[in-house]
Design a protein. Structure first.
Length: 178
């Protein structure tokens, strides 16, 4: 008896959900961030700025690495003429220098990620604002990220609408985008 009641309840619940879902006019769309980003001038500028920043960090890292290698090489050439006390001091100096090099590499990675976030935050905020405006103006109920879709209908892609809202002319339609 309980089993029949439970099954009837589930069927009734499912039917009422279907009816309410069918009565609601849903308009679904999706957005492709990987398509939009490279078309934005601000993104291109951010990429250039990040590239310059990373190049500076890389140059500094290379200088520190070269300095370390030179000191290791100098130590290896002179170690046979050093007494044990001096040799131990030089080894500790090299170990400290190696530690500093690893710490610099970790710091450079962190600084690069922070710079990326700093440059991307305003761009992503503008995209989000344009996305919300497009959704509201065109009565979209839900907007999905293209990466989360298993199936897509090209007409549901609002990426070009977002680009236009941001003042960027989308490229001519191609089969790659959709």
């Amino acid at each position: 008896m309980r089993k029949k009641f439970f099954i009837s309840f589930i069927v009734l619940l499912g039917t009422s959900f279907e009816m309410s879902f069918a009565q609601t006019n849903l308009k679904l769309g999706y957005f492709d961030l990987n398509y939009v980003l490279p078309l934005l001038p601000a993104y291109k500028q951010a990429e250039t700025e990040l590239g310059t920043f990373n190049k500076q960090l890389k140059t500094e890292e290379e200088n520190k690495t070269n300095e370390f290698k030179q000191k290791v090489q100098a130590f290896q050439q002179a170690q046979n003429t050093m007494n044990e006390a001096i040799k131990e001091i030089k080894i500790k100096e090299l170990q400290a220098l190696e530690k500093q090099l690893y710490e610099f590499q970790a710091m450079a990675q962190q600084k690069s990620e922070e710079k990326y976030q700093q440059l991307m935050a305003p761009i992503l905020e503008k995209i989000e604002k344009a996305l919300q405006e497009v959704a509201k103006e065109n009565n979209y109920t839900y907007i999905f990220d293209k990466k989360s879709l298993l199936f897509e209908i090209p007409e549901g892609n609002i990426s070009d609408l977002v680009l236009k809202k941001m003042g960027v002319t989308p490229p001519p339609a191609s089969s790659d985008k959709k």
